[in-house]
Design a protein around this ligand. Structure first.
Ligand code: X2W
Length: 291
């Protein structure tokens, strides 16, 4: 029995979260989550900027979920860290459609930085009292996106869930780096949003959360947009001049993702400190994207 199944523990959790919403709504969410397949609760994508700027809040928010018996599956990137390390090595940044051109010398940096960031998160989780399993290979079977134009960059062709299931079975948070592997065994650089999306397609989790430094999708004045209904607002949104390249890519991907998920699915973009509020209250936090 996990803590969400136990009434007394549930009451304690409700008290802990009481500043965020009414006891009734929090209890309602906890009961609903208790009925779900524990191995498909949530896929949480963590951007490199969050690892850099908000690691403590991230670790405690994820540890809290594990405490209540809702173990998330975490996929992370390391974009800003890669920018920094590549610049230090004198490698100029080049991207094509938001993907980083990756030479063999660049890939060596990608591997080192991804491993380092993965361990950093896994360790921060342990320090916050959570069990975590560091997974840096063997999940994302990949093919080259465009070897000529992009070099050692992959798109995921198959997701191997064995290590993720093994981690979840013992109640440990899988912490997965966005590195891929071709069938020939070549390690490739995979965009972390793409990796998270493929995992979501295969797992069909109940909750899909992108944790970003911005805490949501921002409008032209830098305010977080509460919710987006893609079926009525997509065309208007992507026509906005203030929508940045990264956010545009994200919205396009979320649209594609929602196309392959059950109709009731939604995707949340928020920040670590607001994760519990997003999961356990009607109002939520950050930006909720629906079809
Ligand atoms: C990304 C992988 C890291 C990433 C890159 O090299 O930046 C490609 O572009 P964030 O922090 O989640 O953006 N890979 C191919 O996606 O990190």
């Amino acid at each position: 029995m996990t803590p969400v199944h136990d009434i007394e523990t549930r009451q304690t959790i409700v008290r802990l979260l009481s500043s965020m919403g009414s006891a009734k709504e929090i209890d309602q969410y906890l009961r609903r989550f208790a009925q779900l397949d524990a191995e498909r609760f949530a896929v949480v994508k963590v951007g490199g900027a969050v690892l850099r700027d908000d690691l403590d809040a991230l670790a405690s928010s994820l540890a809290f979920l594990q405490d209540v018996g809702l173990t998330p599956i975490v996929v992370h990137g390391a974009g800003p860290q890669l920018d920094e390390e590549m610049a230090a090595a004198g490698i100029e940044k080049q991207t094509v459609d938001g993907l980083r051109v990756t030479t063999p010398a660049g890939l060596a940096i990608v591997r080192r930085v991804m491993h380092a960031q993965n361990l950093r998160l896994a360790e921060a989780l342990q320090e916050a009292g959570a069990r975590s399993t560091s997974i840096v290979s063997g999940v994302f079977e990949s093919a080259y996106v465009d070897r000529e134009a992009l070099g050692l960059v992959g798109r995921v062709t198959r997701v191997e869930l064995a290590s993720i299931h093994a981690s979840l079975r013992v109640g440990s948070i899988p912490v997965i780096a966005s590195l891929g592997e071709t069938v020939d065994g070549q390690i490739v650089n995979v965009n972390a949003d793409f990796a998270a999306n493929e995992l979501v397609r295969v797992l069909q989790p109940y909750k899909i959360v992108f944790l970003t430094g911005t805490g949501g999708l921002l409008d032209g004045e830098g305010r977080v947009i509460d919710s987006i209904n893609l079926s009525t607002e997509y065309a208007h949104l992507v026509a906005q001049p203030w929508l940045t390249g990264g956010m545009r890519l994200k919205i396009e991907q979320i649209r594609d993702l929602l196309d392959v998920l059950p109709p009731a699915s939604s995707v949340s973009i928020t920040r670590p400190a607001e994760l519990a509020k997003e999961l356990f209250t009607h109002r939520g936090s950050g930006t909720l994207v629906r079809r």
